[in-house]
Design a protein around this ligand. Structure first.
Ligand SMILES: [Zn+2]
Ligand SMILES: [Zn+2]
Length: 323
């Protein structure tokens, strides 16, 4: 699982940051899932290593323009490019009406390839490998955060060891794979756990934006490998955060701390902290790290590979980050 930030500014784009969008690449199935799709997301995709043709699902948090104005353009371009792959879009109930209106007034057919699913707190999507659930955040308009969870995988069965011990293949292998203890006809007793590597815990990502500090974000992020949380404001501007229902750096860090996540990545920064302002985005990092040290700042095109749980300690790393 690999996360790429395509837009990290709140409200409006700046010279170095586009508005919200995060891509999660699932290499094992050559799919990309998008979370939010601010204006210009398709241009950001062209500048990234991701392929628009691999976009299979889009999850939308809320109806503010900086999270949805890029949807129509992206979907239309995918259609013109002849991408046969259908796209499932998940978001607030109003999203379907919005896209229907875009389709109608721009004479651009999209609904033969696109299916829009209205979301409500709970499970949003599930297959054999992944589940995506959502919960209601606390924002100026209805907004939902998402939790993407990879399912745990059983450990690998050591066939070579079984063969070397002359264990007859067939149903016995199945029982050992399940970790059961079996008794052979020749009197030997074998424990399944001795033939399997430890199970691999599925990775978990939480995406919480836009919101002021809320318990729902803590629940969504519980024990996550990565929490992506908005940090529109610096701690000093917390009055603005409460007023506009956004988070400060310290709120994001508190969510990470309470949820005991492994890594916090902050995003959705107010353009006010541009060079020249007495407070800058790196100050937001210092504020958050005082509460939750394992915090980093997102920037556009930052790519972060989530290591498998077995080797978490050694391989957490950023694999690319164009400026
Ligand atoms: Zn926003
Ligand atoms: Zn918003």
């Amino acid at each position: 699982m690999e996360i790429t930030f395509l837009g990290t500014s709140s409200g409006v784009p700046t010279r170095s940051r586009n508005v919200s969008s995060v891509a999660i690449r699932l290499p094992q199935r050559a799919e990309v899932w998008l979370f939010d799709c601010g204006e210009g997301t398709q241009h950001q995709l062209l500048r990234s290593d991701l392929k628009s043709s691999q976009i299979r699902r889009i999850f939308v948090t809320h109806m503010h323009g900086d999270h949805i104005f890029g949807l129509m353009g992206l979907i239309a371009s995918c259609g013109l490019a002849g991408n046969a792959q259908p796209i499932d879009i998940y978001g607030p109930p109003a999203l379907k009406d919005y896209l229907k209106a875009c389709e109608k007034y721009s004479y651009t057919r999209i609904f033969h390839r696109v299916k829009v699913h209205p979301i409500a707190p709970g499970m949003v999507y599930e297959d054999d490998e992944f589940s995506v659930s959502c919960d209601r955040l606390t924002h100026a308009v209805p907004a939902h955060g998402y939790r993407i969870a990879e399912k745990d995988r059983p450990g690998r069965f050591n066939v070579e060891k079984a063969k070397a011990l002359n264990i007859p293949s067939g149903p016995l292998y199945g029982q050992l794979k399940q970790g059961k203890t079996v008794k052979l006809e020749d009197g030997r007793t074998l424990r399944g756990t001795e033939f399997c590597s430890p199970p691999e815990m599925g990775r978990k990502v939480a995406y919480c934006t836009d919101t002021v500090f809320c318990d729902a974000a803590v629940n969504l992020a519980q024990d996550a490998d990565v929490l992506i949380h908005e940090s529109t404001f610096a701690h000093q501007d917390s009055n603005l955060a409460f007023e506009r229902k956004h988070s400060t750096s310290t709120m994001a860090a508190q969510v990470a701390l309470l949820a005991q996540v492994k890594q916090l990545i902050m995003t959705h920064f107010s353009p006010r902290y541009a060079p020249g302002n007495p407070i800058q985005i790196r100050d937001l990092l210092a504020e958050a790290q005082a509460i939750f040290p394992n915090t980093r700042l997102a920037k556009d095109f930052l790519t972060y590979e989530i290591p498998r749980r077995r080797d978490t300690a050694s391989t957490t790393q950023v694999i690319a980050g164009k400026s």
